[in-house]
Design a protein around this ligand. Structure first.
Ligand code: AMP
Ligand code: MN
Ligand code: MN
Length: 315
């Protein structure tokens, strides 16, 4: 796959990632945007994303992100990044399908192959890794490297998860040779929490429950609690990972309320359970060890549904 060849005849190119963009999504979109700026400065390249967390505002091109998703003339090529299905493109979905040619780069096991050309590598740590392996190093500069590094840091939990391969470490080694503050990216965008983020993390841990003899840990944050602390869903990132470190737990389930009897579900697994299968069954998706979906019902209903499917895999 030669990205630049696929874009040869295009004048206008669109890029988008998934709703509620995470580090990999923002890194991939801005990494590719900066790469194309270097490789083909004569082309118009637009990036569409829901407003990403401010912690990523140091990345070059952050201020160019369009979160309005206004209809425009069809793009010659539209590139979807880090999105396992087209629904996940949110406001950019229509722009994507209106384009003359549609490309997708991703690493989700659950990817449905919704583009004309799909580069899906579920063995890769991140979409940033998938992209970087295809980048011509001639056009990689500090800004590209910084964005790609940020994405890998986030999707690997700082080089920790099993999705880190020898290739990923090789890429990270190459990236830190560029001029950017690699240590600051880890502390500022991954570990640093605001006071209320830590408070609500504490509440979620305190109110967590164990199911299946401690093999499943679950917790839920409802609207009232979010209002009490004055937090948004962005402030809840990382809670599910903290639940999972509990000794003896195989799966962590974290829910937060999105509406009346509506929850966003995040699941994490230590390896025995493929949570992507569970999430896909309920209309979501993800990876074997990290997946999510949206469910309706009471907290108890949702937990019963999910734990039933998890239990089947553990038996
Ligand atoms: P999260 O738990 O939201 O951090 O997501 C974990 C993984 O599952 C990420 O790779 C997401 O892209 C994917 N994911 C989360 N929610 C959904 C959903 N509703 N539909 C499809 N994939 C999802
Ligand atoms: Mn993502
Ligand atoms: Mn990703």
């Amino acid at each position: 796959m030669d990205i630049l060849k696929e874009l040869e005849n295009a004048e206008r190119i669109g890029i988008a990632g998934h709703v509620r963009p995470d580090g990999d999504c923002v890194g991939a979109c801005l990494g590719l945007w900066n790469y194309l700026k270097n490789a083909c400065p004569e082309k118009t390249v637009c990036v569409y994303l829901e407003q990403p967390p401010q912690t990523f505002s140091f990345l070059k091109g952050y201020d160019q992100i369009d979160s309005t998703f206004q209809p425009v003339d069809p793009f010659d090529v539209f590139i979807a990044l880090d999105s396992g299905d087209s629904e996940r493109l949110g406001g950019a979905r229509d722009l994507f399908f209106a384009a003359k040619k549609k490309l997708c780069f991703d690493h989700h096991l659950s990817n449905t192959g919704y583009a004309d050309i799909n580069v899906i590598r579920s063995d890769a740590s991140s979409t940033c890794e998938v992209l970087f392996e295809l980048f011509d190093r001639k056009y990689v500069d500090d800004a590209v490297a910084e964005a790609i590094y940020t994405g890998i840091v986030h999707d690997t939990g700082v080089f920790q998860y099993s999705c880190m391969s020898r290739d990923t470490f090789g890429i990270v080694g190459e990236l830190i040779g560029y001029g950017f503050d690699a240590a600051a990216i880890i502390s500022k965008t991954f570990y640093e929490k605001t006071y209320v983020q830590n408070q609500i993390l504490g509440r979620a841990l305190l109110e967590s429950i164990l199911l299946m003899d401690g093999k499943i840990i679950a917790s839920c944050v409802d609207k009232r609690m979010m209002d009490f602390y004055g937090v948004t869903s962005e402030d809840l990132d990382g809670i599910v990972n903290q639940l999972l470190v509990t000794k003896g737990c195989e799966v962590a389930i974290f829910l937060y309320q999105t509406g009346n009897l509506e929850f966003k579900v995040s699941m994490r697994s230590k390896g025995k359970v493929n949570v992507s299968e569970v999430a896909t069954y309920f209309g979501g998706g993800g990876h074997a060890r990290a997946a999510g979906c949206n469910l309706t019902g009471t907290y108890r209903d949702v937990l019963n549904n999910l734990s039933g499917h998890i239990e089947k895999q553990l038996l």
